[in-house]
Design a protein. Structure first.
Length: 75
């Protein structure tokens, strides 16, 4: 099976939807993990949207980064 066959069978372009293309987290996610979609939903042809997770995670990451940079300046 060639590259095109793999891409089709594993839905590599599933993220090319309006919802995904407008999402600020697309560079991190690209439609989520096909394996997790398969495990959760029994299908591999769905976007595994994790927007809520990234919203919650990014705030913590940014705060942690700010704290780390602040402690580096003091020491």
């Amino acid at each position: 099976m060639g590259t095109a066959g793999y891409g089709n069978s594993h839905n590599q372009d599933i993220w090319k939807t309006k919802m995904c293309l407008e999402c600020v987290y697309l560079p991190i996610c690209f439609g989520g993990c096909r394996q997790l979609a398969l495990l959760r939903n029994g299908v591999i042809n769905e976007v595994d949207c994790r927007r809520e997770y990234y919203v919650a995670l990014m705030e913590r990451v940014v705060r942690q980064e700010q704290e780390c940079r602040g402690s580096n300046r003091e020491g």
